[in-house]
Write a protein that binds this ligand. Structure first.
Ligand SMILES: NC(=O)c1ccc[n+]([C@@H]2O[C@H](COP(=O)([O-])OP(=O)(O)OC[C@H]3O[C@@H](n4cnc5c(N)ncnc54)[C@H](OP(=O)(O)O)[C@@H]3O)[C@@H](O)[C@H]2O)c1
Length: 486
């Protein structure tokens, strides 16, 4: 497909190939890459899992999953092409001898597909298995030291606090080095999150005003209308701070606040993001209540897998400041939660009001700030709010919107996040994967919040499902005049 990169040849070894992520996201993404003609004859998938399937059985299940999860019509001929690349290998992550069989399969396939020994290991399974799997990758020679490149993709959660994240990272780096580790944060693959940098870099009207002199505050919002659904057990151990804030929300903050490097390489951009995350000002324990509001939707405790007396937060709103010359004094308001009014993610840049007053004839203060809203999902686009004269009046200003909706345009098909994840990792582009130092800085800052929350469960407010969250979250932002959640 025009504009889409052909991918390097490799063996993709998918651990956890019968899981929800594999069936719902990864196989449909592979189908799409096949459709885009990005896969060459030197690409194959070894689907690895505990279930005792034959390749035929696995392919039948995969076919149904792809059918269910792709947005467009299923193309049987295309599937027939893709399925030739997929081989199922039964393996228990904890059984040493199973890795010998996997090693043989990889060696045999290497000979047939001629991928130069390139291997991408995707751990689509619980992080509790990461250490044992990577250990066997090394000890059983799946790493295949002397030929081709090796890469490791790992899913979130990357630890549940700084110390467990460090342990996990030490386990991975005993086998793979930082340049070989691709830590997935699928928010970074969302088209408009990636576009944020390009909008700044590509438009002279935004970058010169992207600072404390011109910006009043920033809002980073990610809301779900649904509850926890089938993920109750996992979510109850995690809560919104660990599930969303430490990773996705701080990543969006970092990309919004980052200094644009002159040369936009993966290393340069990630280096600048690390500086932003290291500049997060830690919340002080004695004033956390004024900076953070937590909530739990009514009925959460009746969800499957959730403890009856659970105090897990399904909502968090936080006011954050950065110790960074560009942003000193500018609050970043984060809001995320489940069971809210709508499913939406957006970043809002609210500018300061113009200095002085308006207008010809009668002097009036200007009431409406300019606002740049980056809509991330489900609507993708950019809205610029500005003031204009109300027709027929001499000097009345009214706010209006210039609204660009990217995914409303026919032909602007946005690639799914997992399609991009796979293609970037196969081509070795780490730009949209998180560096260990980003993870480390995020946990350092978040640990204070999660520790405090674990010790102060009484601060979690109940809110009605389908509402905007606890009233205190409105108060948090409206404390300052001219600010409210968008
Ligand atoms: N699902 C999502 O939407 C999503 C989103 C973001 C991140 N993630 C992360 O992605 C990872 C996978 O999530 P998931 O939802 O796909 O989990 P899942 O549905 O529980 O799948 C786990 C997979 O691991 C396999 N497995 C478990 N124990 C095994 C063992 N001892 N030996 C061999 N195979 C074993 C399972 O095989 P069996 O089928 O044989 O049990 C299954 O294929 C997790 O880290 C999760 O946090 C998931």
């Amino acid at each position: 497909m025009e504009g889409r990169l052909a991918l390097e040849g490799c063996l993709l070894i998918l651990f956890g190939a019968t899981g929800d992520l594999a069936f719902r996201k990864l196989l449909p993404a592979l189908y799409q890459l096949e459709k885009n003609k990005q896969l060459g004859s030197d690409f194959a998938v070894i689907a690895v899992s505990r279930k005792n399937y034959s390749t035929e059985e696995y392919l039948n299940r995969s076919r149904e999953a792809v059918k269910r999860h792709i947005e467009r019509e299923f193309d049987t001929a295309l599937w027939e092409q893709l399925k030739k690349r997929i081989h199922y290998q039964q393996l228990d992550f904890t059984k040493e001898r199973d890795y010998d069989a996997l090693n043989k399969t990889l060696k045999d396939l290497d000979e047939v597909i001629k991928a130069d020994g390139n291997r991408l290991f995707y751990l689509a399974t619980s992080p509790k298995y990461f250490e044992v799997i990577t250990g066997y990758i090394k000890s059983k020679d799946l790493y295949n030291e002397n030929r081709g490149w090796k890469r490791l993709m790992v899913e979130k959660p990357f630890g549940r606090d700084l110390s467990s994240a460090r342990e996990l990272n030490q386990a991975l780096t005993r086998v793979f080095n930082e340049e070989e580790i691709f830590r997935v944060d699928h928010y970074l693959m969302k088209e408009m999150v990636q576009n944020l940098i390009m909008i700044r870099a590509g438009n002279q009207i935004f970058e010169p005003t992207w600072n404390r002199e011109h910006i009043d505050h920033v809002q980073i919002i990610s809301m779900e209308s649904e509850g926890v659904g089938a993920r109750g057990e996992y979510y109850d151990q995690s809560g919104a701070l660990r599930d969303m804030v430490q990773n996705h929300m701080l990543q969006m903050l970092a990309l919004t606040a980052v200094e644009l490097p002159g040369n936009l390489t993966a290393d340069n951009l990630r280096e600048e993001k690390i500086k932003i995350l290291e500049s997060l000002i830690p919340l002080k324990k004695d004033s956390i209540r004024e900076q953070m509001v937590l909530g739990q939707y009514a009925g959460y405790r009746e969800e499957n897998g959730v403890q009856q007396d659970s105090s897990a937060e399904t909502f968090a709103a936080i006011r954050v400041f950065l110790n960074h010359p560009r942003w000193i004094g500018v609050p970043f308001y984060l809001k995320t939660g489940k069971g809210l009014t709508e499913k939406a993610a957006r970043i809002v840049i609210q500018y300061r009001l113009p200095i002085g007053s308006c207008c010809v004839g009668e002097m009036k203060a200007i009431e409406y700030p300019n606002r740049l809203t980056i809509n991330i999902q489900p609507r993708e686009g950019v809205v610029l709010s500005f003031n204009t004269k109300e027709p027929g009046t001499l000097n009345t200003l009214v706010p209006v919107n210039m609204d660009f909706c990217q995914n409303c345009l026919i032909g602007m098909n946005t690639p799914e996040a997992y399609e991009k994840l796979l293609s970037d990792a196969i081509n070795g582009d780490q730009t949209s994967f998180t560096h260990w130092k980003e993870v480390e800085a995020s946990w350092k800052w978040s640990d204070i919040l999660t520790d405090w929350t674990d010790k102060n469960p009484d601060t979690v407010r109940t809110y009605s499902k389908g509402s905007g969250g606890p009233q205190e979250a409105e108060d948090l932002i409206e404390r300052e005049p001219g600010r409210k959640w968008i």
